[in-house]
Design a protein. Structure first.
Length: 310
């Protein structure tokens, strides 16, 4: 009885209250790490079906390493950096969904004062001026064009011109190559709109919070990609390492957004192109007459990108 009464007492002080288990007979929650109590192989399959390949690997790694915190003391996360803390919380959130205890996990986060954190506008500003100078990005693209073989050089150009995420760019690039070889490129590329219609392959490009629905690109460039070889993330890393170049694929997405904004596109239109909208908004805009005007303005800006290769 004493243990029950002490089970949910709180520490009193100037800092926000946190639940502290003081039970003389604390309830022992299952430890998933223990052999035989949890099927990690099945969990890995599940997250692969939900998330992009690279992200699912991160979720699996952190969920397995920190699974005790699903029921344990979340205050331990305070000792990690904000980015790592966020990665761990997202992994635990995925694990809680898989186990059917997501609402309980959300309540525990609230009890511990844990919140989802994103990079502040000021942090983004500092990151841009310190690391993401546009001349640096374009110079990096030129170096890749000179150092990489044809397929990987074209891939870097594709990532720049499409503004999509690295994993999406690899999937899209390889899909163009494979469908081009099979004479079925029309299943993916809409020549009238000059658009790669990613939405036709939801298992690859529609993944909940990180989606991409379409990309405007000229037919001549798509034809050039279709003549390339398929590429991989590991192949890209090997080539960059071999010639001593840092990986800046992620920077290209940000550069694309900034460039388009400076060339007349609205922020909402850039969000539409880069997939930062819901499915219903995509349907509303993509299948409206106004999409042709957006296509023309986007392709005019894309055409200017070609000067980077000069």
């Amino acid at each position: 009885m004493v243990g029950h009464l002490l089970d949910v007492q709180r520490v009193v002080g100037s800092s926000p209250a946190r639940p502290t288990t003081l039970s003389l007979f604390p309830k022992r929650e299952p430890v998933l790490r223990e052999k035989g109590l949890f099927d990690w192989v099945a969990f890995r399959r599940w997250i692969k079906s939900k998330y992009a390949k690279s992200y699912s690997a991160t979720v699996y790694c952190y969920a397995k390493k920190f699974n005790e915190l699903l029921y344990g003391n979340l205050a331990e996360l305070e000792c990690f950096s904000r980015s790592k803390r966020g990665a761990i919380l997202r992994a635990l959130s995925a694990l809680s969904r898989y186990l059917g205890v997501h609402q309980q996990f959300k309540q525990r986060m609230k009890d511990y004062g844990m919140k989802w954190e994103s990079q502040s506008s000021f942090d983004s500003f500092l990151r841009i001026i310190n690391n993401k100078d546009s001349e640096d990005v374009t110079e990096w693209v030129k170096q890749c064009q000179q150092a990489f073989d044809e397929s990987y050089a074209t891939f870097v150009e594709f990532a720049l011109l499409s503004g999509i995420r690295k994993g999406e760019a690899i999937e899209a690039f390889n899909l163009i190559v494979k469908l081009g070889r099979a004479g079925r490129l029309s299943e993916y590329y809409n020549e009238e709109l000059e658009s790669l219609e990613h939405f036709r392959y939801p298992e690859k490009f529609i993944r909940g919070t990180k989606n991409v629905f379409f990309s405007f690109l000229p037919k001549s460039f798509i034809d050039r990609i279709s003549k390339c070889q398929t590429i991989s993330a590991s192949g890209y890393k090997r080539r960059a390492k071999k010639v001593g170049l840092p990986s800046r694929i992620k920077d290209l997405r940000e550069y694309f957004a900034t460039y388009m904004l400076n060339h007349g596109l609205l922020k909402e239109e850039i969000d539409l192109i880069q997939g930062r909208i819901g499915k219903s908004l995509f349907m509303k805009h993509y299948f409206s007459p106004a999409i042709k005007d957006l296509k023309n303005r986007t392709l005019n800006a894309v055409q200017e990108f070609s000067e980077i290769d000069a």
